[in-house]
Design a protein around this ligand. Structure first.
Ligand code: HMG
Ligand code: MG
Length: 302
């Protein structure tokens, strides 16, 4: 059976956009339940400015209080060397740097140009190298930008190649506003894969237009074996107005199981983790698979 890696971004991408305060205990319980469900790669927090993203201000406390399970990688977003130093101190297992394929989005999100962001990452990479910390990279807006509209595939290729040259082991291609379709993803991957090995790419699909699952299938067919997802479809980006959450992890796990792919994730336990955090947030579970499962469960108990 072939294995597919899932990077769970719910505790970071999922929660960063929540307006209401979330109890630290709820965040910690979510992370632990995701690990208990068999998730091996969990983005647990973000060392960015608390003025820009207040919901992530407690990330150091989260990393310090985590009950770390063997074999699970707890990772952190690090926008600059200051964030990376904090992540190192908090014992994050991996850094994630992030830039964009759109100049306007880069300015809105991290207050600098794409070129400046790459300069900021150089000392992050040095720190990571010294401490043997793996670094993952995100490129946002690969399918379109909320401010600029269409994005040239060439720009995505150039920025991704640069991040790999700098020493990142993987580039996660972010469809930040979820506008990509099977057609546009196929076209982008066709061009990217002429320059970048498929093993160095991951897909990060937001589900704003309901296309994320189909887009992941295109990635899977192209040979991609790492996908980002967010339990219960939580989330959105504070600097991409209207963007909804990522593809729900439950929906991805269900599809991959149906395709005969191994993820190591136990669906019932994952659904339960999603239900718990949705109850804590007072939100509806955005996973279709969880909704179907929950409806069957309550019908059985009637
Ligand atoms: P800046 O204004 O260019 O930097 O921000 P600065 O050095 O001038 O600092 C500004 C303020 O931030 C100062 O505080 C610094 O001390 C503080 P003040 O003097 O105003 O009180 N600061 C920090 N505080 C804590 N930790 C740090 C840090 N660095 C500076 N590491 C910066 C640059 C990147 C920090 C800022 O723009 C920022 O925090 N942006 C937030 C970006 C963000 O988190 N966006 C959401 C995540 S990205 C995403 O969701 C997309 C993704 O999911 C993929 C996809 O879907 O496409 C990954
Ligand atoms: Mg995202």
């Amino acid at each position: 059976m072939e294995t597919v890696n899932i990077v769970e971004v719910g505790p970071r991408d999922g929660l960063q956009n929540e307006a209401r305060p979330i109890a630290l205990t709820d965040k910690l319980r979510l992370i632990d339940q995701l690990a208990e469900a068999g998730e091996k790669h969990i983005e647990a927090g973000s060392f960015v400015s608390p003025k820009w993203v207040p919901q992530m201000a407690e990330s150091a406390q989260i990393f310090n209080a985590l009950s770390r399970r063997p074999g699970v990688r707890y990772t952190a977003l690090t926008p600059n060397v200051r964030g990376a130093e904090q992540a190192l101190k908090a014992r994050a297992d991996e850094f994630a740097i992030f830039t964009a394929a759109s100049e306007s989005f880069s300015q809105k999100n991290i207050n600098c140009s794409i070129a400046e962001s790459l300069e900021r990452f150089a000392p992050v990479m040095d720190l990571a190298r010294t401490h043997h910390i793996p670094v993952r990279a995100y490129v946002s807006c690969v399918m379109g930008c909320p401010y600029e509209g269409a994005i040239r595939p060439n720009t995505v290729t150039e920025v991704s190649a640069r991040l790999l040259e700098m020493g990142c082991y993987e580039v996660s291609l972010g469809d930040t506003i979820g506008v990509g379709t099977a057609g546009s993803w196929r076209a982008l991957l066709k061009q990217l894969l002429q320059h970048i090995p498929v093993k160095n790419l991951a897909l990060h699909c937001h589900d704003t237009y309901g296309q994320a699952l189909a887009n992941c299938l295109v990635g899977l067919d192209a040979g991609i074996r790492t996908f980002d997802a967010s339990v219960a479809g939580l989330g959105g980006c504070p600097y991409a107005p209207g963007a909804s959450g990522n593809l729900a992890t439950e929906d991805l796990v269900y599809m991959l199981a149906g395709c005969g792919m191994h993820t190591g994730i136990e669906l019932d336990a994952l659904i339960s983790a999603g239900n718990h955090i949705c109850a804590a947030l007072g939100r509806q579970n955005a996973s279709k698979v969880a909704a179907a499962h929950n409806a069957q469960h309550s019908a059985r108990n009637r």
